[in-house]
Design a protein around this ligand. Structure first.
Ligand code: URA
Length: 435
């Protein structure tokens, strides 16, 4: 077997055997296969694709390239993963809800990159909150509180670290089988019994159309199910920013408000649906019962108490729950006003994410710093009628950025219309179950 033969096979759209896939994955991870040959293979995969069997094999080979964890929490462990969006603070809401209802949630999360946010950055806006837990402490906290959220611990999927970096540099990210194997290898290696995937769809997401998102969701569910996990996926809307805030501290405040029962409709619906799916996966009841349980955990305050418990256990300042003055506050706030009368018919989601990044809330490279106070608070949303001069949003920043230029750019994210183009209120577009 040589890498040259394998590249040639894939270039000619032939199916690779399990042995070939295992051999390439191990060879690239160890350094025996150089970047230029792996790049050629990845590009061939982008053009020729992979069968479902090949994708499952690649996922398993990648998962086994490092530690295969088995969280010993004493209960059924459920993980949740979002494919990434703008204003997506769902994990901070659905994980405490699920824990409050008796599910164990050992959740390893990532940082934001590019225009999408990451849960670890958001949590770091809570003073003292530790996001780098050792594995024993991570599992110990799940045993005590039912949930812990940490960055990756241990040596998890080294194959993905290398392949993902190479894909980023060689324009080979946007391949459904490669995205599936990247995400699912990490989910399988982290060892949860149940996996709930939130596949975002729309202008602010990786997958821009429902058919594309559905294809990815079905493939991930199939791979997770074949690997013996209870796996399901929600397709959720990302055609406008989720909720009313974008940016780290601002989003944590909105998540706390959501747990106090004050979420905007889209955020509430998606968070409750994800939490209910986590409960259903753990066998807590019928679909309808799981929705009621999730709603109750918000209305009786038990989910908020779970978040407080997690913040305490991870060394964060729990006063943030009751007093938002303990969050980092932006030095500058710039109000943005409507330029004409009309209905807001759309808010460009990807552009909003990029503007939030320019305000300092995101990083252009994994290494760059981040302004935890930065971001955007929307006062108006899609479907609202506004009069010229009415406040639309407030931009927050503590960074040295060109606020005049950013404000001008931000005005362009709003699309106005004379008629109310009532958007189809479909926040959860579809649920795909593998069991
Ligand atoms: N997130 C991942 O972890 N991998 C991908 O390929 C895409 C999104």
């Amino acid at each position: 077997m040589t890498i040259y033969e394998i590249i040639t096979k894939k270039k000619r759209n032939a199916e690779l055997s399990t042995e070939e896939i295992n051999w390439v994955t191990a060879g690239y991870t160890s350094g025996a296969i150089p970047d230029y040959q792996m790049s050629a293979l990845l590009m061939a995969i982008c053009f020729s694709s992979l069968s479902d069997r090949e994708t499952a094999d690649l996922t398993m080979a990648m998962a086994h390239s490092g530690d295969m964890l088995k969280p010993d929490t004493g209960g059924f462990n459920v993980d949740k993963h979002s494919t990434g969006g703008v204003g997506d603070k769902t994990t901070l809401i659905c994980a405490p809800i699920a824990a409050a209802c008796g599910v164990f949630v050992p959740k390893m999360s990532g940082r934001g990159l590019g225009h999408t946010g990451g849960t670890i950055d958001k949590l770091e806006s809570i003073a003292g909150f530790r996001t780098a837990l050792g594995y024993d402490e991570f599992i110990g906290n799940v045993r005590k509180a039912g949930l812990a959220i940490s960055g990756q611990t241990g040596e998890l999927v080294p194959a993905d670290k290398k392949i993902y970096a190479l894909r980023n540099a060689t324009a080979t990210v946007d391949s459904i089988p490669l995205i599936c194997s990247s995400i699912m290898s990490k989910k399988l290696a982290s060892g949860a019994d149940g996996i709930v995937l939130d596949v975002k769809v729309g202008d602010g997401a990786f997958m821009k159309t429902v058919p594309e998102a559905e294809k990815l969701a079905r493939l991930m569910v199939e791979v997770g199910t074949r690997a013996g996990r209870k796996c399901s996926a929600l397709l959720t809307d990302m055609s406008k920013p989720l909720g009313r805030t974008v940016g780290n501290a601002l989003e944590v405040m909105e998540a706390i408000e959501a747990l106090k029962g004050n979420a905007p409709k889209d955020l509430h619906e998606i968070s409750v649906s994800a939490a209910a799916e986590m409960l259903f996966t753990a066998g807590k009841g019928t679909a309808a019962e799981c929705i009621s349980m999730a709603e109750k955990a918000i209305s009786d305050g038990s989910a908020l108490e779970k978040l407080r418990e997690m913040i305490n256990l991870q060394g964060g300042d729990p006063r943030v729950i009751d007093d938002y003055g303990f969050f980092p506050k932006a030095k500058t706030q710039r109000e943005i006003f409507a330029e004409k009368d009309g209905y807001i018919c759309g808010i460009s989601c990807e552009k909003t994410g990029i503007i939030s990044m320019k305000l300092g809330a995101g990083r252009l490279t994994k290494e760059s710093g981040i302004d935890l106070s930065a971001g955007i608070v929307f006062e108006k949303t899609v479907g609202d009628y506004v009069k010229k001069g009415e406040k639309l949003a407030v931009l927050h920043t503590s960074s040295e950025c060109d606020l005049a230029e950013i404000s001008e750019e931000f005005r362009g994210v709003f699309r106005y219309g004379e008629k109310q183009e009532v958007p189809e209120e479909k926040n959860v577009i579809k649920i795909i179950k593998g069991y």
